[in-house]
Design a protein around this ligand. Structure first.
Ligand code: HEM
Ligand code: HEM
Length: 192
């Protein structure tokens, strides 16, 4: 379950791939739902989008807590700037995973739509309904989504670069069921 200095434990992998699956599905779904005509189906699909979004927020909070008590494996190979680049992109991804659902929640609050998570839990009203805030919050939600997509592109490119060009264990040790050990990785070039 725990990460070691060379590999991710199953809990960190589960958090990562659950989030990745949710996010990759959410974008086409959200673009489709915003094209629907006002009616019961639209409201139902918006409700589903909000529920999954709050789930992503919850998983990210748990994941960050876990990351805090259980540090991630060491960076494999490459110059120091690449390690910085990878850390900055990871940080940006975490910021988006928190900011996007939070902004979405504020948007629903401002528009005076109560947010229920799968009809089980009703989220607290964080701000009072305010028409003037609806549009800026909707735009912020959309722009933050685009930032997340750009970061994701860099993230996936980095993972593929490690796998295909550096041929190290960076991607393998994050894959489900893969037991990538330090012996599968070439020598590290950075001093830790
Ligand atoms: C929306 C989808 C995704 C998000 C939000 C995301 C986010 C993250 C974050 C925040 C980390 C840092 C983990 C930590 O702090 O320990 C990470 C690690 C990682 N991700 Fe993703 N990821 C996504 C999709 C993917 C995909 C599609 C791939 C594969 C092509 C991938 C490959 C990796 C790898 C290999 C690592 C480990 C990097 C390392 O050990 O330094 N991720 N991801
Ligand atoms: C990680 C989680 C989330 C992602 C990646 C995400 C992404 C998106 C995207 C790409 C759109 C379509 C573009 C747009 O018009 O803004 C959208 C729309 C929307 N999202 Fe989210 N969202 C997330 C969470 C949430 C949450 C938690 C809520 C509310 C509680 C929410 C409420 C909305 C609403 C109301 C719209 C429609 C805005 C409109 O009518 O134009 N989202 N979301």
């Amino acid at each position: 379950m725990l990460n070691s200095s060379d590999r991710y434990g199953w809990l960190a992998k589960t958090f990562h791939w659950l989030t990745a699956l949710a996010i990759v599905g959410m974008f086409p779904f959200a673009w489709w739902m915003t094209e629907l005509k006002l009616g019961p189906q639209m409201l139902e699909m918006y409700g589903l989008h909000k529920s999954v979004g709050i789930l992503v927020l919850t998983v990210t909070a748990l994941r960050l807590g876990w990351r805090f008590v259980n540090p991630k494996p060491r960076f494999l190979g490459g110059p120091v700037w690449q390690r910085w680049a990878s850390d900055i992109v990871h940080f940006g991804l975490y910021v988006c995973l928190i900011a996007i659902p939070l902004i979405g929640l504020l948007h629903s609050n401002a528009a005076n739509f109560p947010v229920s998570v799968f009809g089980i839990v009703t989220m607290p009203q964080l701000i009072a309904p305010d028409r003037a805030l609806v549009e800026p919050l909707q735009e912020a939600h959309e722009i933050a989504g685009i930032v997340l997509l750009v970061l994701l592109g860099l993230h996936v490119a980095g993972a593929l670069k490690h796998h295909l060009f550096d041929k190290d264990a960076t991607l393998r040790r994050m894959l489900p069921f893969a037991a990538a050990s330090s012996s599968a990785a070439p020598e590290r070039h950075d001093a830790e």
